[in-house]
Design a protein around this ligand. Structure first.
Ligand SMILES: [Zn+2]
Length: 469
C-alpha cells in the first residue's frame, strides 16, 4: 500500500487552502518558488499517463483559469518544432501540479519553473505548461560515496567507463556524484586522481573520494589488506595534490599513527575527513572529531558495534552535531531499526544516504572486481569471492529513497534531505544543487505516488524523459 502524503510541516500549503497562484506568465518577478498552484487536483491523483502527454498538443491544460498558461503556451498555439528535440524537452517550461518537496516542507499541487539550465523564480512569456499532477518533484540526488555502476568502475575503468557509470546513476536520479576509489598502491591512486580530476573539471563528477588506503586492517571490509597503510600526512598530501583541488573526501581510520595530523591536514585543505573502516574507541573518535573530521563513512558498517561498556565510534559519531552520518539503505548493509535509530538520534539534517555502489549497480549479477579483489554479485548483493565480506552495494539512490519512505517510514522531506540538501551542503555545493529553489541548477527527479522514478532532469535536460512514448 503506498504511503499517503506525509505530514507536511508548518510551512507547507495544505491541500484545499492554497490561494490561487498567479499563472506562470504573470508570476511576480522574484516570487518564491515553486508556488502552490490552484488546488484543483486531489491529493494522490493518478499521474499523467506518459503516452498521452507526449506531444504538446495533448498536454492537459489546467482545470482552473487561475493557472492560466502564458500566451502561446497552450495546446497547438506554438509552432511545430523545427529541431529534433521535443518542445517538452526545451525550457522554458512550468512543471505544474506536482507535490514539490522544498527545504521548508511539501507543497501540494505546486510548480517548478525551468528556464535554460536553471530553476527560475518566474515564468518567461513563452513558457510551456506541463502537467505533472500526481507526481512528486524532488531535487536531483547527490551521492557522496559511489564506486561505479553500469558495469564500470571509477577505480579502474577508462574515461569512457567512468562516464558510463556516471550515466547509469543519472538514470536513477543521481545528478551530482562524488567518484570513490578503493584502496590501491599510492602510484595507482595518484594516477587515478589525475584522471578523475579532469572529469571533475568538466563537471562530470563533483569531486573525488579516496576510501583507503589509510584504513584499519581490523575493519578492512572489501579492501586489499596488503595495500593498507597508516595515514602518513605526507601520503595524504600526495593524494590531495594529485587531485588538483578536486579531492572532496578521504575516508581514514583516525586512530592509526598519523591519523589526527591527517585529519587536520585535510580540514586545512577544505577536504572532508571521513571516519571509517575504523577500529577506534569512543574516546579516539571524539579526538578525531575535535581535530576536524565531519563525516562518518557508512555508519555501522566496517567499525566496532555499539557496546554497553565500549560505545565505540558509533556513539561518538551519532551524538556529535559536527558529524554527518552516511547510511547505505539497501536492505543488506543495515537493519531498518538501525537506520531509524541513526535518523532519530542524529536528526534528519545529519544523515546522508549514499549508495557505496560498485560496478554491478544498474547492471546485474555476475563476477566483478573491486580494486584488485574478486567480487560475486548474487541477487543484487556484492560479496568478496574470498571471505564473503560485503563488497559495496548495487544500490541506486532512487531505490534508497523508495525504501526509506515506503519501508522505513521516514518522512518524505527527511529522506529527500538525506539524499539532496545534506550531502550538497557538505560538499559546499548547496548554492547550486540540493534543493528546488530559484537560481539553482535545474536538477530534478519526478516520482510516481509509489516513489517509482518517472523522470530525471539534469541542468535542464531530461536524462529520463517522463513524456517519452
Ligand atoms: Zn565505499
Amino acid at each position: 500500500m503506498p504511503p499517503t502524503l506525509p505530514n507536511t510541516g508548518s510551512n507547507t500549503t495544505p491541500s484545499g487552502t492554497a490561494p490561487p497562484a498567479a499563472g506562470p506568465g504573470s508570476a511576480p518577478s522574484g516570487a518564491a518558488l515553486p508556488a502552490a498552484g490552484p488546488d484543483s487536483t486531489p491529493s494522490g491523483a493518478t499521474p499523467p499517463t506518459t503516452g498521452s502527454t507526449s506531444t504538446p498538443s495533448k498536454a492537459a491544460p489546467p482545470t482552473t483559469g487561475s493557472d492560466s498558461a502564458p500566451s502561446g503556451a497552450r495546446g497547438t498555439a506554438r509552432p511545430a518544432p523545427t529541431h529534433p528535440q521535443s518542445p517538452r524537452k526545451a525550457p522554458p517550461y512550468v512543471l505544474s501540479g506536482a507535490n514539490v518537496v522544498l527545504p521548508t516542507g511539501i507543497i501540494k499541487n505546486g510548480r517548478v519553473i525551468i528556464d535554460g539550465t536553471r530553476i527560475a523564480g518566474s515564468a518567461p512569456e513563452n513558457a510551456q505548461l506541463i502537467d505533472v499532477r500526481g507526481l512528486w518533484a524532488v531535487p536531483g540526488f547527490v551521492d557522496l560515496h559511489n564506486h561505479g555502476g553500469g558495469g564500470a568502475s571509477f577505480t579502474s575503468g577508462t574515461v569512457d567507463d567512468v562516464l558510463k557509470g556516471i550515466h547509469t546513476h543519472r538514470l536513477h536520479g543521481t545528478t551530482t556524484l562524488v567518484a570513490s576509489t578503493v584502496t590501491g598502491d599510492m602510484d595507482g591512486l595518484v594516477h587515478r586522481a589525475g584522471l578523475l580530476s579532469e572529469l571533475a573539471e568538466q563537471g562530470d563528477i563533483a569531486g573525488i573520494h579516496f576510501e583507503g588506503p589509510f584504513i584499519s586492517p581490523c575493519r578492512k571490509g572489501a579492501h586489499s589488506e596488503e595495500l593498507l597503510r597508516d595515514p602518513d600526512p605526507a601520503d595524504v598530501r600526495k593524494l590531495i595534490d594529485a587531485a588538483r583541488g578536486r579531492a572532496a573526501m578521504v575516508t581514514l581510520a583516525t586512530e592509526l599513527p598519523g591519523g589526527l595530523d591527517s585529519v587536520r591536514l585535510l580540514a586545512e585543505h577544505g577536504v572532508i575527513a571521513a571516519i571509517g573502516h575504523t577500529d577506534a574507541t569512543y574516546e579516539q573518535t571524539v579526538r578525531a572529531i575535535d581535530a576536524g573530521a565531519t563525516v562518518a563513512t557508512h555508519l555501522f558498517n566496517a567499525m566496532p558495534p555499539l557496546g554497553h561498556r565500549e560505545p565505540g565510534p558509533i556513539a561518538a559519531l551519532l551524538e556529535d552535531e559536527r558529524i554527518t552520518v552516511e547510511l547505505i539503505n539497501d536492505g543488506t548493509h543495515l537493519h531498518p531499526a538501525s537506520l531509524q535509530l541513526a535518523f532519530r538520534h542524529a536528526g534528519a539534517d545529519r544523515v546522508a544516504f549514499i549508495t557505496d555502489a560498485m560496478d554491478a549497480a544498474g547492471f546485474g549479477d555476475g563476477l566483478y572486481t573491486l580494486g584488485p579483489l574478486a567480487v560475486e554479485v548474487v541477487d543484487g548483493v556484492a560479496r568478496l569471492v574470498e571471505g564473503g565480506s560485503i563488497a559495496g552495494s548495487t544500490l541506486t539512490q532512487d531505490r534508497a529513497l523508495k525504501r526509506a519512505v515506503t519501508l522505513d517510514r521516514i518522512p518524505v522531506e527527511d529522506a529527500v534531505a538525506a539524499l539532496c540538501a545534506n550531502p550538497a551542503k557538505l560538499l559546499g555545493l548547496y548554492d547550486r544543487v540540493g534543493s528546488l529553489e530559484p537560481g539553482k541548477d535545474a536538477d530534478l527527479v519526478l516520482l510516481d505516488a509509489e516513489f517509482a522514478l518517472k523522470g530525471v532532469l539534469r541542468k535542464g535536460e531530461w536524462v529520463v524523459d517522463p513524456f517519452r512514448d
